[in-house]
Design a protein around this ligand. Sequence first.
Ligand code: GAL
Length: 440
Amino acid sequence: MFLAFNPIDSIKLIIFDNMHLKLRFCSPFIALASMFALIQAPISSQAAGEKKLEVFSWWTSGGEAAALDALFNTFKKQNPGVEIINATVAGGGGSAAQPVLQTRLAGGNPPDTWQSHPGYEMFAKYVEPGYCEEITELYKTDGWDKAFPKGIVDIVTKDGKTYAVLAGVHRGNVLWYNKKLLEKNGITIGDKIGFDEFFAACDKLKKAGVAALGVGDSGIWASAQLFENTLLGVVGPQGWSDLFSGKMKWDDPQVKKAMGYFAKMQDYLNPDHAAMSWDQAIGALMEGKVAFSSMGDWAQGEFLKAKNQDYGWVSHPGTDGSFIVVADGFVLAKGAPHKEAALAWLKSIGSKEAQEAFNPLKGSIPARTDVDKSKFDAYHQWSMGSFAKDKLLPSCVHGVAAPPAFKQSLEDAVTAFIVDKNVDNFANALVQAAKESESQ
Ligand code: GAL
């Protein structure tokens, strides 16, 4: 059906015959003399009035904005005199930003560069419709061919053309907790957790009047992510690859078991979850209003921004040994209004300096391998260790593993399931969505 990451040695996209996108690995770089000239040209050589750069993203939470600022500051140092237009649209996971971007692109009004996840999201929404320009040549400068692992370049490359620079790589399947609150309720968490232990802790907290699981699903993707993590916890890495390759069906008993767990989790949520954003849920965890939150490690950015020390983390129940990959890349717009500045921006994001400034604040690990690891905290050390040894699996909710239409159907099915808790309906909706994606 879709595509999956080869969990063995490096991140690679496995191609399936019936995939409508034909991504390729290791294709040769195509020399583009004209682009090379542009990359080499100092930004100061731009015509007056052109010294602007519009960067589009959804990084507006405390941690996200601080990390984005670190990228801007690095860029400004490297390219003095260029004015940055910070075009952000709030809404975690790009839930509100992506439709706005789509309208701009369709209307021929692109920002110079925008945030995108590699995999289906980037190729189906932006590359295939012709909204992006390749930046293959960029990877030949500054020793990038050595600094970025081949697997990382492969996931933003199609037919020998590379389209994005990755700022960092997030781990999606993390269960965060408030240490003091758990301690107060006599709950200790080891270095991994299973579903039985997790639900036992939730019961204990519920009896004590505490909302065990903090969710902020004013953007439904946050609940879809809770389901995604739970699904992996049940089907495991092999099941994950089988599901996204079409070998396992979406109404498989294992999938239904995960849906059952996801339904059970609804009994322990903060009652105001639908009115909260993901970062407000992390805020509630810090305030001791909820005990756990299952969220990608952009949450680490929130703890850091708040200078909070009272949190702990563990892999989402059942997912120890797996790393759900949510990578953040930036692309170059075709017809970018400020192309030179956009290329300089991409070059800057890929620099060691930017990767070392951005990732410690964002919660992600750098895409480059030559960074100074001592600049990273205990969480990052854990995450880097996990990335090196665990199975690397693509996120569906963050656009990597499946076509945008399937992701949308998943979110719709999650919305319906939270209300009706009907496992059969949920499973059938996904079976149907998978069929529709295959036939596209
Ligand atoms: C993800 C993105 C992260 C983080 C998160 C919440 O899609 O990759 O960088 O921003 O959404 O907004």
